[in-house]
Design a protein around this ligand. Structure first.
Ligand code: BGC
Ligand code: NOJ
Length: 814
């Protein structure tokens, strides 16, 4: 690979040249303080909510050029350079960026001077630290100046990037010693400020962008750096920045280490001011003092690493025979699951942080890949999500992480939303055994303070689907189902309207087969849960719903060689051989199969074969549908708005591919399960000049074989692919499935795999699971031996004697 490689041992991705085909991003932080950081130190930081508490600025219309960030400039002799290459883009003699777990380490070298910038966010701290080491690798004494740079954001990012008549007058800062305090709006309603400090004595500073960068200059040639001197400017309004100048005089071979600290400080109960216009800096000073000790910084860094060691030890396979699967499942896929859990679809290189907040369906699905990491947090999230459901069963499609309130502009009416809550809840209970979550009170968004429980929400969700069905008896789609762009009830003719929420025709009855499949899956899950709880009547009742819906699917939705995708508002089929374009869709094949349709009549297999025949490409994955729409269809909505082969119009939408992977695994086709898995696996992409996105995290979409740029990925990091791929890799290929009564072992692997081992921490017990495959089978456990004793079936019973470690030997070959 031309741009870098995995260092599996260090759990790092090493980028060896800065001009990657697109910015390659890392996500820092996993509690309240977060940072996006590219290989050139681009990106920004925020506290909890990228829309409401953005700390540094990032200009999204620059994307994918990635022009703002946390920069260091070196002024050495006549040259000006950045260790991360950008923004100056001065040619470096050496460059390396290591994206690790919770940190990014950039080293740039020029003319014998090496600057290392290690950026990280310590656990449970509201600070971002840049530990910096400057080394003189020459045989002469070297004098140079180092300049730091960030631009402050006025917290509410939408206002910040749109309302300049206000923002150009409100900026306020204070400077104390080496620290720059950004205190815009602190005098009025805010009780928090930002601090940007340097732990070393400084030789100058700037807080005015006009002074440091210059009105007619750019970040690539900031005036102050060109001049070799900060101006000690004090910003009044306009665009406050934080820049420190440090002059270094290094003996041959000498180095100096210090740090920059970017902190979000909540004043809490402290008095806000020491004097008029002078903020009380007690807390800020404490932060600076603490991190002025390099040993403390190193302890904080060790804590970041320690935390990931701990988290990743919950699921690890040292020897699964495929290296891509191994490194994704062991490391990067789990890292991405952490990011999607925390950020949903709110902020990345492609999501601006002001758009979508947390998605209802998204966050529920994200839990499936996260719950084994921190079940307690998953528990809270499930309750938060449920609280954005309304008492009639509809759900706010998105909500803000800070306020936990639904976003009114998008509203609800995406009819798959309610059902995903059942999947997340069941996954949580399977992981933890904690069914008490069902009795937690979590009100409805329109009935705050109501005493209804999570189980009530779940039944409300089921009832919602049952009560909202169309002419074929299939669930009504509403604004859209999982496919946000299948807008069958909205007929938008104007470019300035929303595809999804424009002019729903009252009583319009478009139906979704995908929701029907999801309903099958959800009711089967719920019936199993009721069974586990010993609630036989409820189990039976829910099985009844399942049976009825299954019948409807089989009688109404089979198109001859695959499952129809939907029926439009006129009850015409979508995703049918009768259609001119958009004949076969992936989602209905996936969910009907996952929901258990087509088992006795061979249709499930045929549905997967239709995917293979019409949608699958071994190099890129499965396109969402075929043939792509070549014209805009008013009756279909946004799906037909994208150019053919991109996004929902027949792009490879990685997320839905994973369901097909599960389908093949259910059928015991280990070769296909793995081949399909690898077809979308970023680590397995052979050519990054084509693929372009990060090799270590999934992208939402890859241009399909039906596009002019097949194989080109976009929108990395925040995608439901993360959680589902982890489910595929860990539960369906490696086959370690948490169930209500213990771990089920049900791998589906290529026949030539000789076996593998998994270490799994589950309900306080460490399981070492050794899977053997002497007979070259793909699926089916023949013998299960638990701590030396043979056990029937394939579920490892929970130890009843308080053992904290259990060894399992499972042999394929049934
Ligand atoms: C957007 C679509 C997008 C989809 C999936 C929707 O909310 O409107 O443009 O394709 O999400 O990312
Ligand atoms: C991304 C959205 O976040 C998700 O909710 C949706 O299911 C997919 N796009 C498909 O449209």
């Amino acid at each position: 690979m031309r741009y870098g490689h995995f260092d599996d041992k260090q759990r790092e991705f090493v980028i060896t040249r800065p001009d990657t085909p697109l910015p390659w991003l890392n996500m820092l932080g996993q509690d309240e303080f977060y940072g996006l950081c590219t290989q050139t130190a681009g990106g920004y930081s925020f506290w909890k909510d990228a829309r409401l508490r953005r700390i540094t600025r990032y200009r999204y219309n620059n994307n994918p050029m990635d022009n703002d960030g946390r920069f260091l400039y070196v002024r050495h002799g006549k040259s000006v350079w950045n260790p991360g290459w950008k923004p100056s883009r001065t040619k470096l003699d050496g460059f390396e960026c290591r994206h690790g777990l919770g940190y990014t380490n950039i080293v740039g070298r020029k003319d014998g001077i090496e600057v290392q910038q290690r950026v990280f966010i310590p656990p449970n701290e509201n600070v971002e630290i840049w530990k910096v080491t400057v080394r003189n690798r020459t045989k002469q004494r070297q004098k140079l100046s180092l300049f730091s740079y960030v631009e402050f954001c006025f917290y509410e990012a939408l206002n910040d990037m749109t309302n300049y008549q206000r923002t150009y007058s409100i900026g306020e800062v204070e400077i104390e010693g080496n620290a720059i305090y950004h205190k815009t709006e602190y005098r009025e309603r805010r009780n928090h400020y930002t601090l940007f400090g340097c732990t070393r004595k400084i030789d100058g500073f700037d807080t005015s962008r006009d002074a440091f960068v210059g009105v007619h200059h750019g970040l690539h040639d900031p005036k102050a750096v060109l001049a070799g001197k900060c101006t000690n400017s004090h910003a009044y309004g306009w665009n406050p920045v934080g820049a420190h100048q440090v002059n270094l005089n290094l003996a041959p071979g000498a180095e100096e280490t210090f740090a920059y600290v970017l902190a979000y400080v909540d004043q809490g109960d402290l008095p806000k001011f020491d004097a008029p216009f002078v903020i009380n800096k007690t807390k800020g000073r404490e932060v600076l003092k603490r991190y002025s000790d390099i040993a403390e910084i190193d302890r904080a860094f060790a804590a970041v690493k320690g935390r990931w060691d701990e988290l990743l030890s919950n699921f690890t396979t040292p020897d699964a025979p495929n290296e891509h699967l191994r490194r994704m499942v062991n490391v990067w896929n789990q890292v991405q699951c952490m990011a999607t859990f925390n950020l949903s679809r709110s902020t990345s290189g492609y999501e601006t942080g002001i758009g979508r907040g947390m998605g209802y369906r998204d966050s529920n699905q994200d839990i499936l890949g996260f719950v084994h990491l921190l079940p307690e947090r998953a528990r809270q999230r499930i309750l938060d999500i449920a609280s954005t459901q309304l008492s009639d069963g509809t759900c706010f499609h998105q909500y803000q992480p800070l306020t936990k309130k639904g976003n009114a502009d998008i509203g609800g009416g995406f009819n798959d939303d309610p059902l995903w809550l059942i999947l997340s809840t069941c996954a949580y209970i399977r992981e933890t055994g904690d069914a008490s979550i069902l009795n937690e009170v979590c009100g409805y968004a329109d009935k705050p303070g109501s005493k209804d429980t999570l189980l009530h929400h779940i039944e409300t969700s089921i009832a919602y689907t049952l009560n909202n069905r169309g002419p074929h008896g299939l669930p009504l789609i509403g604004h859209a189902d999982w496919n946000d762009c299948l807008n069958l009830n909205c007929f938008s003719k104007e470019p300035n309207e929303s595809f999804q929420v424009t002019g729903d025709i009252a009583g319009s009855k478009a139906e979704s087969v995908m929701i029907a499949g999801l309903f099958l899956y959800a009711t089967r899950d719920l019936a199993a849960l009721y069974g586990h709880l010993g609630r036989a009547e409820d189990k039976q009742r829910v099985e009844g719903y399942y049976g009825d819906m299954l019948k409807t699917v089989e009688t109404q939705a089979w198109d001859g060689a695959w499952y129809t995708r939907a029926f439009d508002a006129q009850s015409r089929p979508v995703g049918s051989k009768a259609c001119k374009e958009g004949k076969v869709f992936i989602e209905s094949q996936a969910w009907c199969v996952l929901g258990g349709a087509g088992q006795d009549n061979g249709r499930a297999k045929k549905a997967l074969q239709a995917v293979e025949k019409h949608l699958y490409h071994p190099k890129y994955g499965c396109a969402l549908q075929w043939p792509p729409y070549s014209e805009y269809h008013l009756e279909l909505g946004e799906v037909s708005s994208y150019p053919p082969g991109y996004k929902e119009n027949a792009g490879v939408f990685s997320h839905n591919n994973t369901w097909i992977h599960i389908g093949w695994a259910m059928f015991g086709d280990g070769e296909r399960a793995l081949d399909y898995y690898l077809s979308i696996c970023p680590s397995a992409k052979p050519d990054h000049d084509i693929y372009r996105s990060e090799p270590y995290v999934y992208a939402q979409m890859t241009a399909s074989q039906f596009s002019p740029t097949p194989g080109e990925a976009k929108n990395s990091w925040l995608t439901g692919t993360a959680a589902w791929s982890f489910v595929v890799g860990s539960q369906y290929i490696l086959g370690i499935q948490p169930d209500f009564n213990g771990l089920r072992i049900d791998p589906c692997v290529p026949k030539d795999w000789k076996g593998f081992t998994v270490q799994r921490k589950y309900r306080g017990v460490t399981y070492t699971i050794i899977v053997k495959n002497p007979k070259k089978k793909s699926k089916g456990i023949k013998t299960l031996v638990v701590d030396g004793k043979k056990v029937d079936g394939n579920v490892v019973p929970l130890p009843s004697d308080g053992r904290s470690s259990v060894t399992v030997e499972a042999t394929l070959g049934a």
